[in-house]
Design a protein around this ligand. Structure first.
Ligand SMILES: [Zn+2]
Length: 162
């Protein structure tokens, strides 16, 4: 019975990457243990990658900050910039020398359906939405950092060399 089980695990190896680990890490005495655990449980898959304690700690910190940001509020995409502008009236002071430009205007720019969308925020809109823009930017930073950390861990996986 034990022999038949081991054979079925090996047969599953080509189309199931996690099963390969059984051949490498299992000793003769306990070959059935990792096999039983690895099939249904995602916990066993975590044991097959090896984040350092520092990497694990950083991932936990990132997850905690993402959770806090998501709980605290909203996330508006795009960038904010204060812009000075000229209008279309030829006699306006914005065309004088030196020019007295209009603004500053709080210009919100983002991608919308492949095109750049621009809106001008009033002062009170800026006050309301500034935290939403800040949340979004920080969330993107954290996701980017989590991606880099995960790639670092995956790249160090010894199983790539088999
Ligand atoms: Zn003008």
């Amino acid at each position: 019975m034990n022999r038949r089980f081991v054979r079925s695990v090996r047969r599953a190896a080509p189309d199931r990457p996690g099963a390969q680990r059984v051949n490498r890490s299992a000793t003769d005495g306990c070959s059935s243990t990792p096999g039983t655990a690895s099939r249904p449980s995602p916990v066993a898959d975590n044991e097959s990658v090896s984040p350092t304690p520092a990497q694990q700690a950083r991932a936990s910190a990132i997850a905690a900050e993402i959770a806090a940001l998501a709980t605290a509020g909203f996330a508006l995409p795009g960038t904010l910039a204060d812009r000075m502008t000229r209008c279309g009236r030829p006699n306006c002071g914005c065309h004088a020398d030196p020019p007295r430009l209009h603004g500053p205007y709080h210009q919100w720019t983002r991608k919308k359906g492949g095109k750049t969308a621009t809106r001008i925020l009033s002062d009170d809109q800026l006050a309301d939405y500034q935290p939403w823009f800040d949340n979004h930017r920080r969330l993107r930073q954290l996701i980017t950092e989590l991606e880099a950390l995960s790639l670092e861990i995956a790249d160090a996986d010894p199983r790539w060399n088999r």
